[in-house]
Design a protein around this ligand. Structure first.
Ligand SMILES: [Zn+2]
Length: 55
């Protein structure tokens, strides 16, 4: 099963059915995608999480 990356229009393949809310990485462009729907598989570019390990 696969879907289309909204960032680069490349194929995003899944070994098994993803769960809603799962974060996957597009192999084509490396962007992080959040699964917004499991059936049919729909993904959106995940908001960039700023690593804030500061104080
Ligand atoms: Zn992509």
């Amino acid at each position: 099963m696969e879907t289309i990356c909204p960032e680069c229009d490349g194929p995003v393949a899944f070994d098994e059915a993803p769960m809603e809310g799962e974060i996957v990485e597009c192999e084509e462009c490396g962007v992080e995608l959040e699964v917004t729907s499991a059936d049919p598989i729909t993904v959106e570019v995940a908001p960039e999480v700023e690593e804030d390990w500061g104080e």
